[in-house]
Design a protein around this ligand. Structure first.
Ligand SMILES: [Zn+2]
Ligand SMILES: [Zn+2]
Length: 276
């Protein structure tokens, strides 16, 4: 069956804010046919993958199959696992995972984060300087320009309000089959026009009403109810259950969601796996 006819599975591997003590940091696995796309890459990657490999009884959730990751920005909660990925890939040459990001994110990832751990390798008794491309296959995205990921999958990114280089995205798996993700951002109401054709929108939330570099719950609650119903919240702090989230939903860590079924744009498969 063509990929644009198949349901897509979404597993939130983490849903927590960077100060979470309950969850993994926010990151996702999307499974579309044979493709496995990861979005953001938190620290303790290998431990997290093992946890899901065993809990979901899926041997494919492993570092060897971690071959494509979209990295939204260079904050540690979203990118620190890439150093682990780099160490694993250099041990298993010629395996070099693809990292999808605009040039600015690639640049800061290497220069301001990864180089500290990955620059130097020992070769006999001497030290050899390595580069980003010794470990990874960078795939360069441009803001506002849809990128063809193959298999009919399209990725479009827009700059959001967080670090200077941070992007929100729209992933499209065929006509009428789009998913939005905010990444970390201050409130940007114009994004919801861009996501008008998205059956579900994964959106960060923050409970401080005055924060500027994350999205206050208060601002999301100002959106029309029909928009709220398509919003699935992530990147939340430990007190999340004490807040009224209107018509929105919390994404639950470890639950398998099926997207783009005939009946609905998002279907919860095994809610028993969720932590309340
Ligand atoms: Zn961030
Ligand atoms: Zn974050």
């Amino acid at each position: 069956m063509a990929l644009d006819m198949l349901p897509v599975r979404l597993i939130p591997l983490g849903v927590g804010h960077s100060f979470t003590t309950l969850f993994h940091y926010t990151n996702f696995l999307l499974i579309a046919g044979e493709r496995r796309l990861y979005i953001d890459c938190p620290p303790y990657l290998l431990k997290m993958l093992r946890q899901y490999r065993e809990a979901l009884n899926d041997p494919e959730i492993c570092v060897e199959r971690y071959q494509e990751v979209i990295v939204t920005h260079a904050h540690e909660d979203h990118c620190a696992g890439i150093e682990e990925l780099g160490y694993m890939s250099i041990r298993r040459r010629p395996y070099k995972p693809k990292i999808y990001a605009p040039a600015g994110v690639h640049g800061s990832l290497w220069a301001e984060s990864l180089a500290a751990g990955l620059r130097w390798r020992m070769d006999g008794e001497s030290y050899v300087a390595k580069e980003y491309t010794d470990y990874f296959t960078p795939v360069y995205l441009e803001y506002g320009v849809p990128f063809d990921m193959g298999d009919g999958i399209s990725l479009e990114i827009r700059r959001v309000r967080h670090m200077p280089e941070t992007f929100g995205l729209k992933l499209t798996f065929g006509p009428g089959r789009s998913l939005g993700y905010s990444a970390d951002t201050g409130f940007m109401p114009e994004l919801f026009d861009w996501w008008a054709d998205c059956g579900c929108i994964l959106h960060e939330v923050h409970f401080d009403p005055d924060i500027r570099w994350h999205t206050p719950l208060r601002d999301l609650l100002s959106l029309p109810e029909a928009v709220q119903e398509r919003i699935w919240l992530c990147h939340y702090t430990d007190d999340y259950l004490s807040h009224d989230i209107g018509a929105m939903h919390y994404l639950k860590q470890g639950v398998s969601y099926t997207l783009f079924t005939q009946e609905s744009s998002i279907h919860v498969e095994n809610p028993c796996a969720a932590r309340e």
